[in-house]
Design a protein around this ligand. Structure first.
Ligand code: IFM
Length: 472
């Protein structure tokens, strides 16, 4: 790919100082449970998030995915919005509970029909479909059989991948097997902050392995189904920085980097778990869930890596008496996360685009020249519709501008980055925070389901039309 750095006139009088390749995928992303609603329609079976959100106290504002942004019924309107923005690609997730029949015998074709229609609507609008197979919504029946701590779940996932590939494999151009398996394993089974809400670090490590195995088996299943698109996975890669150069702080950074990044990147791209992390966690598990041949499956070559980035982490050893018993990280009760100096988003997440550049460069340095996409990046802010029908969100524009500039820097330094997906297209159900956090380019009034383009959506449309950014 050639990166054009010079100022060049594109169409009309539009100019961009930071040019991106003409075939760059300017995208936006969503996930099924966060937007679809219609949880009892079309033969969908319950997911772990239906059960989790129905449990009092789990979700900050008591929200559920029951209606969400009603995308299941409004997907045509939403595709029209994407077309209005000029998106080149749209990353959605397929809900496994829509595809798996109750009892697990067979495939629910009505579920496949929905995604078939969505993909055709995207293509008709000139938008490239990018599908994630697992964005955290495990069928509840499988959780009852042990969920991701049960090795069989990986095999079921491969069967599900085959079924989806059989229907959509001729049109989806990029597959993400899993989205952020760290969250599924460490928040779902470790801290319990996400569904299914289990709190066992041993289970979190077991789930990590079975998720990775599921990825490898699904990668092979997608290829066996003769899909024409690229196959990859989306990881929430983090830039982990020590708070000081004191040995205990450096060691804290090593451990968090190991449990956030290397525990996924190493088996996927090197075919081995990090030895230091296996040694650190030896008191929690003997890792006997790793069987002969598993790592060869997990490291089945992928075509592209998806990177989800929001903020860097600043970590250090906890002062005496300040341990964190609820940490999602196994063996890390004696580590604290420090606030990073500088501005934060409405999530309290620090705004630091240098972390994104460093993550992308670090992956290239440590794992080689693998094609990458930024599959998620974005920010939550308190957004309101003004009386004249606008949604001013200058902070989000600044956030996206700065992170796209960081992406451009990484590309100029040689990273093979092929697309960027804003999280998110629409305001939506933000997991444990319910509807209290708005990440969308498009504002959603949850009472009426009215969609309003935020100023950032208008800005993004201009960026896409110009093929890049003006420097600031
Ligand atoms: O909303 C989530 C998304 O589902 C996964 N990545 C992070 C986003 C913001 O928290």
């Amino acid at each position: 790919m050639t990166i054009l750095g010079a100022t060049e006139t594109l169409t009309g009088d539009r100019r961009a100082d930071l040019r991106f390749p003409v075939d760059f995928w300017w995208g936006a992303a969503t996930a099924a449970y966060q937007i679809e609603g219609a949880v009892t329609e079309g033969g969908r079976t319950p997911s772990i998030w239906d059960v989790f959100t129905a449990t009092p106290g789990r979700i900050e504002d008591g929200g559920t995915g029951e209606t969400a942004t009603d995308h299941f019924h409004r997907y045509r309107e939403d595709v029209a919005l994407m077309a209005e923005l000029g998106l080149a690609a749209y990353r959605f997730s397929v809900a496994w509970p829509r595809i798996r029949s109750a009892g697990g015998a067979g495939v629910n074709t009505a579920g496949l029909d929905f995604y078939d229609r969505l993909v055709d609507a995207l293509l008709a609008a000139g938008i490239t479909p990018v599908a994630t197979l697992y964005h955290w919504d495990l069928p509840q029946e499988l959780e009852q059989a042990g969920g991701w701590t049960n090795r069989d779940t990986a095999g079921h996932f491969a069967d599900y991948a085959s079924a989806v590939a059989g229907r959509l494999g001729d049109r989806v151009r990029l597959w993400n097997t899993l989205n952020e398996p760290w969250c599924s394993a460490f928040l779902g089974y470790g801290s319990g902050g996400h569904a299914p809400g289990r709190t066992s670090h041993r289970d979190a490590l077991t789930a990590t392995h079975h998720l990775l195995l599921a990825h490898g088996l699904a990668t092979r299943a997608l290829r066996a189904a003769a899909t024409t698109g690229q196959v990859g996975i989306a990881l929430n890669a983090g830039r982990v920085r020590p708070v000081s150069t004191a040995p205990a702080d450096l060691d804290a950074a090593r451990r968090i980097d190991g449990l956030l990044n290397r525990i996924f990147f190493d088996p996927l791209l090197r075919g081995a778990y990090p030895a230091d992390i296996q040694a650190d966690t030896a008191g929690i598990t003997d890792w006997s869930f790793v069987r002969d041949g598993d790592l060869a499956v997990i490291s089945t070559p992928i075509d592209a890596l998806g990177i989800n980035y929001y903020q860097p982490d600043l970590v250090g050893a906890a002062p005496a008496g300040q341990s964190d018993p609820g940490t999602p990280y196994p063996t890390a009760q004696d580590i604290v996360f420090h606030p990073t100096p500088g501005p934060v988003t409405d999530m309290g997440w620090s705004i630091d685009p240098t972390g994104l550049r460093e993550v992308l460069l670090g992956i290239r340095r440590d794992y080689g020249d693998i094609p990458m996409y930024v599959t998620e990046n974005g920010a939550a802010y308190v957004d309101r519709v003004t009386p004249d029908g606008r949604v001013p969100d200058p902070e989000r524009i600044d956030y996206l501008h700065a992170h796209l500039a960081a992406v451009h820097e990484a590309m100029s330094a040689g990273v093979d980055l092929r697309g960027y997906f804003v999280w998110s297209l629409l305001d939506n159900f933000e997991w444990g925070y319910g509807y209290s956090k708005r990440f969308g380019l498009v504002h959603v009034d949850y009472a009426t389901q009215a969609r309003t383009l935020k100023d950032s959506a208008h800005w993004y449309r201009e960026v896409i039309a110009a093929g890049g950014l003006e420097t600031r």
